[in-house]
Design a binder for this molecule. Sequence first.
Ligand SMILES: NC(=[NH2+])NCCC[C@H](N)C(=O)O
Length: 319
Amino acid sequence: MPVTQKVTVQGERWFPSEQPFSNEIKELWGNWYCDSEVGKLRAVLMHRPGKEIEGITSENFHDFRFRAPINPERARKQHDDLANVYRTHGVEVHYIEGQRTDRPNAMFMRDLMFMTPEGAIVCRPAIPARRGEEKAVAKTLASLGVPIIKTINGDGYFEGASAMWINRETVIIGTGSRTNESGACQVETELRNIGVKNIIRTQIPYGSIHLDGYMNMVDKNKLVIFPWHVTYDCAKQLLDLGIELIEFTNIDELKLGMGLNFVALEPGKVVMVANNPYTKQLLEKNGIEVVEVVLDELLNGWGAIHCTTAFLNRDPLKP
Ligand SMILES: NC(=[NH2+])NCCC[C@H](N)C(=O)O
């Protein structure tokens, strides 16, 4: 080959971009962010229940850890009603594509991913009746362009509702039947990597599976708790960080009505399951604005609003 050009060294003039991932995620990936349970909600990921909830009868509902058989049409309608509440409040609703049809719990999206300021952690559900739901979640995240910063692997299992943002530097992680030590460690490593300083580790009681069954943020620095489920050590660390604890003491509304399983639309405003008068009154007494949605059919799957909603984008919570 004839030499037409003199060979020059190029490498020394090529420098990496030293800006952190967090500075360029918006431009390169899109507007995906979550550092709290209450920052203004902008985008969510949901799974509209499909074929998989057909054929759940009084004989088999227990196999899927449902509370009762479910009426598919009513469940879908209520799911749509919730999605419409989100849309009415300016939230973009994205749906899972290609979910398998043999996993009736797939609508409980909170358990399948955990959103962070730099992308999603794809979970690994604990129980066989749910394992594999996460694949369609990963595919959908990829097609939306949401970075996946971690997929739980090895001997770990972790469900998104086992963790809860308190603020940009603080996350509670609960171990129990749905999250083991290895899963919790994997999540902890990722969170520390993106600047979380306080990881509050706690035990989820035997009779509960996730944190969002008995605690939930309603406003900046305000956490509603069912006090008999929250360990002293956990409560003390939260109080020391300046978090106000609001005590919710009605076990019927906690378990049967899933009153605490709401989602904040913005600081101080939540969408909650209708027909929970104690919950509504408690929240309003504490200055929280409440939007209600009828969801009794979905409750037959043992989940409610927080369980069915994965956050994709919330405004950062200003310190
Ligand atoms: N985040 C939640 N609380 N999810 C509830 C999930 C309920 C579902 N039947 C399960 O056992 O997995």
